[in-house]
Design a protein around this ligand. Structure first.
Ligand code: COA
Length: 570
């Protein structure tokens, strides 16, 4: 079937649906919801059998929904309506929530239902629920709805005729999210900030300045005067509540961008006492800890919970230090587990952008950041005494994919998407030794195609082309349990010593053919041009990415119907 994805942005949900539909042989093209006339033009060009809208911020024009079946993905249970569906579900402590696929009509979210899927709620931030439970339920519901549409016999059910628990709710206002530091418990503060993460955040003040709060973590031991900022650790600030304290990882100051809290308030944070972790990389009681190590027999595991998977220069340096430390442990398998929502999305574009807001230079910070990434990737490639495994429970993009590929093995959860390419960020060439690791895995032609086509890949597809080594099913906890089991089996393998010897031999042979330093130099020569050359595309793209500037056109590699060679009846 020819299916048009009409969406505000090509976010992870839209990417997942596009990939799943294509894998089922549907012909998919994408149009961003920019203006009614643009949507009408896209429909006229593509002549879709069906329109699917994974993520919209406004209504589809009547000229389109009255002539074509348009399936809207609503992140709420049947009967739920309104733009703050997940926010209310978290605030109201719903134990079960869902996704409904309904047909567009004049009244928003009121059309007949083609499919709905429910899921148990989890204590997590809104963006995490969206990337895991909502995305999974949406994929199931949309595939079911498409099948039903294709059958030609299914009649969608009017919401009025369904026994529905959901109801219409308004946009959640900042007044309803407001934190009362003199009365709210840590649990209440955690709930309020989680319900607003990653957008819009909770409007508040820090050091007397208005800002929005994001990325909140519990603290088990430290306490202070409610509302006071009582400690800092790396990028986070600790703020006391009536019954404890919570860590604030990220803030957005007025007219600025979302940044690590200690960077957004740099001089103020310097005056706050630093409270380092007592046991260095070892996992501690609930607190803010972005890098954590645990050991189980001969298997060591490194977790790195970097907000949005973005890795700043300092985070790369600290993760490298943790890696070097872990390599000295008596282990034979080293698992790199990344964070709960993302494994890694490469260099930290917001921190780089922040450099250009002050006295610094974004080009210099980009250069430092990519070199720190490369230093980390180099240590992964050159780990002689352990088998390294990148275990992707969450998505990974750009340099993050090639950081994972610097490990001996990459295992990904079935629901994960990878974007192993850089070009979307203003034609960035990329580094992280991708010119060494990618062709070695998939061959030169496929490597070129991956970089050129810029397609998101499902884990199954990544496995099929040889980019990753295993695709494992299940929820995040089930995936982690299976990863632990496989890692233990790997550590106990009778031929482990042989595997390690082969690895060292292959590395030495590759090094003799072409040293890693040569790959790095070639990649960085291109990156230097991206950062310091006369073409500002990377700086412009980063500026728009971190500020979330509305798109004014759909990238041509997504809008296939706008390709000059595209023929509707081909
Ligand atoms: N640096 C800083 N922030 C990043 C980031 C990065 N490298 N990658 C993602 N983010 C942020 C986004 O700005 C967004 O922030 P928000 O919390 O304010 O909404 C959040 O992470 C989620 O990103 P989003 O694009 O909504 O997630 P997605 O799952 O839909 O898409 C990617 C994932 C990887 C395709 C997309 O985020 C992307 O293109 N990232 C940039 C990758 C890149 O070019 N890195 C630099 C080169 S190595």
């Amino acid at each position: 079937m020819r299916i048009l994805l009409l969406t505000h942005a090509f976010n992870s949900l839209a990417q997942r649906l596009g990939a799943e539909l294509q894998e089922r042989s549907h012909e998919v093209s994408v149009e961003f919801d920019i203006a009614d006339s643009v949507t009408e033009e896209a429909v006229a060009l593509f002549r879709p059998a069906l329109i699917v809208a994974p993520y919209l911020r406004r209504a589809i024009p009547e000229s389109v929904w009255s002539r074509h079946v348009c399936l809207i993905v609503h992140p709420g249970i049947v009967g739920d309506r309104g733009p703050s569906a997940l926010d209310w579900a978290i605030a109201n402590q719903e134990s079960e929530w869902g996704v409904t696929v309904l047909q567009a009509q004049a009244e928003m979210d009121a059309g007949p239902v083609w499919a709905s899927v429910t899921f148990p709620m989890r204590e997590a931030k809104k963006s995490s629920l969206y990337r895991h439970e909502v995305t999974q339920a949406a994929a199931t519901a949309v595939l079911l709805a498409v099948q039903r549409f294709d059958s030609g016999t299914f009649m969608p059910q009017a919401q009025s005729g369904m026994a529905a628990r959901g109801r219409s709710r308004p946009l959640m206002q900042q007044a309803q999210r407001r934190i009362d530091w003199a009365h709210d418990s840590s649990a209440t503060v955690l709930g309020k900030i989680r319900a607003a993460d990653g957008f819009p955040g909770v409007a508040d003040t820090l050091f007397g300045q208005p800002c929005h709060l994001f990325d909140v973590w519990p603290e088990a031991r430290l306490r202070g005067q409610p509302g006071d900022v009582i400690a800092r650790r790396e990028t986070a600030l600790l703020r006391a509540t009536v019954d404890g304290a919570v860590w604030i990882g990220h803030v957005k100051r007025q007219d600025s961008i979302k940044l690590p809290a200690t960077l957004a308030f740099e001089p103020e944070a310097q005056a706050i006492a630093e409270v380092p972790l007592a046991n260095c990389w070892r996992i501690e009681a609930p607190t803010w800890q972005d890098i954590a190590y645990e050991e189980n027999g001969a298997v060591g595991t490194l977790h790195f919970e970097f907000y949005n998977g973005a890795m700043s220069t300092r985070q790369c340096e600290r993760l490298r230090a943790a890696l070097l430390w872990a390599r000295q442990r008596p282990i034979t398998v080293l698992l790199l587990l990344g964070g709960a929502d993302f494994w890694s999305n490469g260099i930290h574009l917001n921190v780089i952008e922040a450099a250009s807001l002050g006295q610094g230079s974004a080009a210099d910070e980009s250069w430092r950041n990519i070199n720190a990434m490369n230093d980390l990737a180099l240590e992964l490639i050159n780990t002689p005494a352990q088998i390294t495994v990148a275990a992707l429970g969450g998505n990974s993009g750009a340099g993050g994919c090639f950081l994972a590929r610097a490990c001996d093995q990459v295992w990904a959860r079935e629901a994960v998407l990878v974007n192993p390419h850089y070009k979307n960020m203003g034609n960035l060439y990329g580094s992280e030794y991708w010119t060494y690791s990618l062709p070695r895995r998939v061959g030169l032609d496929a490597a070129r195609a991956i970089m050129h086509n810029r397609e998101p890949l499902t884990a199954a597809r990544a496995l099929a082309i040889g980019l990753i080594d295993a695709c494992l099913g299940g929820s995040v906890p089930a995936f982690q349990a299976e990863v632990a089991q496989r890692a233990a089996a790997l550590a106990a393998a009778p031929d482990l010593a042989l595997q390690l010897a082969n690895k060292r031999e292959t590395r030495a042979r590759d090094e003799a053919v072409k040293p890693l330093a040569a790959y790095r130099e070639e990649e960085l020569a291109r990156m230097r041009r991206n950062f310091y050359g006369f073409d500002p595309s990377y700086h412009v793209a980063r500026h728009h990415f971190v500020r979330k500037s509305p798109a004014s056109w759909t990238p041509r590699h997504l809008a296939r119907h706008r390709d000059l060679n595209w023929k509707p009846d081909a």
